[in-house]
Design a protein around this ligand. Structure first.
Ligand code: SAM
Ligand code: SF4
Length: 355
């Protein structure tokens, strides 16, 4: 039975997890998210369809949102407090690059004090983490996920558009020293780009006792270059890892977990595979997203968004906002349609939505 005080959709899913994007800006230019150059944007197409469909020479980075459009920390805190009152328990701060948001530690402090919020995590590219780590930890951050797609400095630069591997590695070590455990590391796997590193990345997870997540490439890049040929299916990743490591499947701690997980013998480190393309987990999705400019997205692949900033800034009461949240969540999509004829690419890319 669904309790009336919870945020539920029309399929009976209860929302427990709110991802909050703090900015659309980023200091990296990952090929699969926010490619900077014509060459980067075209990398995939030129690889798989050399002549047929290069992108036109009009590739542009999305324009950053004006700062006045970004929700203030007070506005974010208010919405999180209301969501917590409706049963949301987990908050993940993301972006763009969340560490570019000035004074982020003061937001973390506010959010950890909200009754009901039991898990406050962040996803970062890690480049600025070492500079801010102690302040984040003392503000109360519980957990952190880094994104690191390659252990090879040249390939890292090719994938992220920046020479930042050393900084990210230093950030990962520091997070472990500070006890932000389990430290997670995510890699988007792209055929022909970093799939030759799958085993090395898993070995890195084992050596460093990390939770490593391999993520299938999704059609959310700003250049709209995604092609199914570039997705390395979860089954292939697993087969390769199994042929090198004696992996044991780890039972899911809850049905909404996005990753299927395996541990290494000896219990050090763990790998997980997130397979939204080949093995979608929409039926158990308990997530919604709040964009940096105050829109709720009920699915990564939503084609429409629901504005809350207008209501926040227009004097809406808490009970008006709660009613709006409930009615928005009720409309959550049953599933995404990647790979189907009716699939529509969302108008905003991952860096604007908040991954
Ligand atoms: N900048 C931070 C970072 O990279 O960790 C946080 C935002 S980023 C959009 C969040 C996550 O989305 C990262 O782990 C990134 O690898 C992932 N991501 C971005 N574009 C993606 C895509 N097209 N397919 C799959 N994952 C993607
Ligand atoms: Fe920036 Fe993260 Fe997107 Fe890379 S994945 S461009 S680090 S927002």
């Amino acid at each position: 039975m669904i309790l009336p005080s919870l945020l539920s959709d029309s399929y009976g899913r209860i929302i427990r997890d709110l991802r909050v994007s703090l900015t659309d800006r980023c200091n990296f230019r990952c090929l699969y998210c926010l490619p900077e150059t014509e060459e980067a944007a075209n990398f995939y197409r030129s690889r798989f369809h050399p002549v047929r469909n290069p992108l036109p020479a009009t590739h542009k980075l999305p324009e950053w949102m004006p700062r006045s459009e970004l929700l203030t920390f007070e506005e974010i805190e208010r919405l999180v407090r209301l969501a917590a009152g409706l049963g949301v328990r987990k908050i993940r701060l993301t972006g763009g690059e969340p560490l570019l948001r000035q004074g982020i530690e003061s937001l973390i402090e506010k959010l950890t004090r909200i009754p009901g919020i039991s898990d406050l995590a962040m996803t970062t590219n890690g480049f600025l983490f070492a500079q801010k780590a102690r302040a984040l930890k003392s503000a109360g951050l519980h957990r952190i996920s880094f994104s690191m797609d390659s252990l090879d400095p040249a390939n890292f630069k090719k994938m992220t558009g920046r020479a930042g591997l050393d900084e990210v590695l230093a950030g990962i070590s520091l997070a472990q020293e500070l006890g932000l455990n389990p430290v997670k590391v995510n890699a988007v796997v792209i055929r022909g780009l970093n799939d030759h590193e799958i085993e090395d990345l898993a070995e890195f997870a084992r050596e460093r006792n990390l939770s490593f997540r391999f993520i299938e490439f999704m059609p959310l890049d700003s250049s709209r270059s995604w092609l199914k040929e570039m997705v390395v299916p979860s089954a292939e990743i697993l087969m390769r890892l199994r042929s090198k490591f004696d992996l044991r499947q780890v039972a899911a701690s809850n049905p909404s977990e996005t990753a299927r997980r395996w541990s290494f013998p000896g219990g050090r480190g763990e790998i997980g595979i997130i397979a939204p393309v080949t093995e979608p987990f929409c039926g158990h999705c308990n997530r919604i997203r709040l964009t940096a400019d105050g829109k709720i997205r009920t699915c990564l692949f939503s084609v429409s968004e629901h504005d809350l900033k207008g209501a926040l800034r227009g004097g809406a009461s808490d009970s008006d906002l709660v009613d709006q949240l409930r009615s928005i969540v009720w409309q959550k999509e049953d599933r995404h349609h990647i790979g189907e004829a009716e699939f529509k690419t969302p108008s905003r890319s991952m860096s604007c939505i908040g991954g």
